[in-house]
Design a protein around this ligand. Structure first.
Ligand code: NAD
Ligand code: UDP
Ligand code: UDP
Length: 338
């Protein structure tokens, strides 16, 4: 452990705890793995805006340089092409570990790579955190609850997960990542934080990543029918990306390890979501039904009472507001394709 780095961290964190999110006296050196992706790039915007120095580590599997193009000339910003499955040496105060494909289409594309990213990638970032005394935040997922038998889901629920199914590379991968995180905390004294993120949407999602919100919005803007899988009665709870970024930073700066559910408790069936997209974007939009994928969870809704009471965090943006905020970004990128 480098004592100089460690004491800097301790001082900064102590300062940060007394200040509201977004206000800070001394800049931190922060790594964001997966920072070229959808959530990561919004997090980087906010960290740079409050004065931190940010290093993004990304292999560009699903991330894009365009998501960070506006920071490339900022001297406090650095972009490293690197795969977290390989070790890396950096000197930093905080690590936000996001690197991992999040859309089912992407994480099923190469499932062995997905589980390696979750296990070896998380191990390397925890090894790094241990060596330099950095605080480490894992972006876990509501998928750790599997096809839940408890509804809504509390953090105390252990989940209902198929260990040998086509989604296991992701949900069992994240469960192992949570285990590693807690073992580095208990065994090596690493300061850790765990966020369990529920379905999140917003500008910069990949246009064709197969997730339901990006699919419905892109399909409607292209005047194609929205593809509803199965009977469309399965539910999800959709969180706008700025609410998630506020939650991640609040958790990192807090004194609590978690896990914390970070999601919007508003629950919608896929048919209801299609109706909201229709009303918000194009009243002439239509739907078509397609067969559902294997092991699709039937329902999902976060119980966020823990985050509300301990972190004083809750989402602010409704589904209708959030959808209208992502339309211009999607519209522009769809036009650029032509
Ligand atoms: P994303 O696919 O847009 O971003 C993931 C980023 O990680 C990409 O930039 C990708 O290139 C990078 N990456 C993937 N494998 C890597 C590797 N081996 N080495 C280095 N970089 C790698 O996904 P997102 O929606 O921004 O999700 C970010 C994180 O949040 C993920 O860990 C995901 O599991 C978690 N999460 C997201 C959601 C959601 O709804 N968006 C829900 C639950 C959890
Ligand atoms: N690691 C890394 N960067 C560092 C320190 C460690 O990538 O700055 C990697 C290291 O290569 C190892 C993993 O993190 O694969 C776990 O490191 P740790 O020191 O906990 O375990 P050990 O190397 O003793 O097996
Ligand atoms: N879904 C859908 N149409 C699509 C894409 C997805 O009806 O074009 C459904 C999917 O079957 C699932 C829900 O939307 O029930 C959420 O899927 P997504 O891939 O966005 O995220 P998940 O929560 O499954 O990780």
């Amino acid at each position: 452990r480098n004592p100089r780095v460690f004491s800097t961290t301790a001082n900064n964190v102590a300062t940060a705890r007394r200040l509201p999110v977004g206000v800070r006296k001394k800049p931190l050196r922060v790594v964001v793995t997966g920072g070229a992706g959808f959530v990561g790039s919004h997090l980087v915007d906010k960290l740079l805006a409050r004065g931190d120095s940010v290093i993004v580590v990304d292999n560009f599997f699903t991330g894009r340089k365009e998501n960070l193009a506006h920071h490339l000339t900022n001297p406090r910003f650095e972009l490293i092409r690197h795969d977290v499955v390989e070790p890396i040496l950096l000197e930093v105060d905080q690590i936000y570990h996001l690197a991992c494909p999040a859309s089912p289409v992407h994480y099923k594309f190469n499932p062995i790579k997905t589980i390696k990213t979750n296990v070896m990638g998380t191990l390397n970032m925890l090894g790094l955190a241990k060596r330099v005394g950095a605080r480490f935040l894992l972006t876990s997922t509501s998928e750790v609850y599997g096809d839940p038998l408890e509804h809504p889901q509390k953090e105390s629920y252990w989940g209902h997960v198929n260990p040998i199914g086509v989604r296991s590379c992701y949900d069992e991968g994240k469960r192992t990542a949570e285990t590693l995180t807690m073992d580095y905390h208990r065994g090596a004294g690493v300061e850790v934080r765990i966020a369990r993120i529920f379905n999140t949407y917003g500008p910069r999602m990949c246009l064709d990543d197969g997730r339901v919100v990006s699919n419905f919005v892109a399909q409607t803007l292209r005047k194609q029918p929205m593809t509803v899988y199965g009977d469309g009665k399965q539910t999800r709870s959709f969180q706008y990306v700025s609410d998630l970024v506020d939650g991640l930073i609040t958790l990192m700066e807090s004194k609590y390890i978690g896990p914390f559910n970070l999601g919007n408790p508003g629950e919608f069936t896929m048919l209801e979501l299609a109706q909201v997209v229709k009303e918000t974007i194009d009243p002439s939009a239509s739907v078509e039904f397609k067969p559902n994928t294997a092991d699709d969870p039937h329902m999902r809704k976060p119980d966020i009472s823990k985050a509300k009471s301990l972190l004083h965090w809750e989402p602010k943006v409704s589904l209708r507001q959030g959808l209208s905020r992502m339309v211009s970004d999607f519209q522009k990128r769809i036009l650029d394709e032509k």
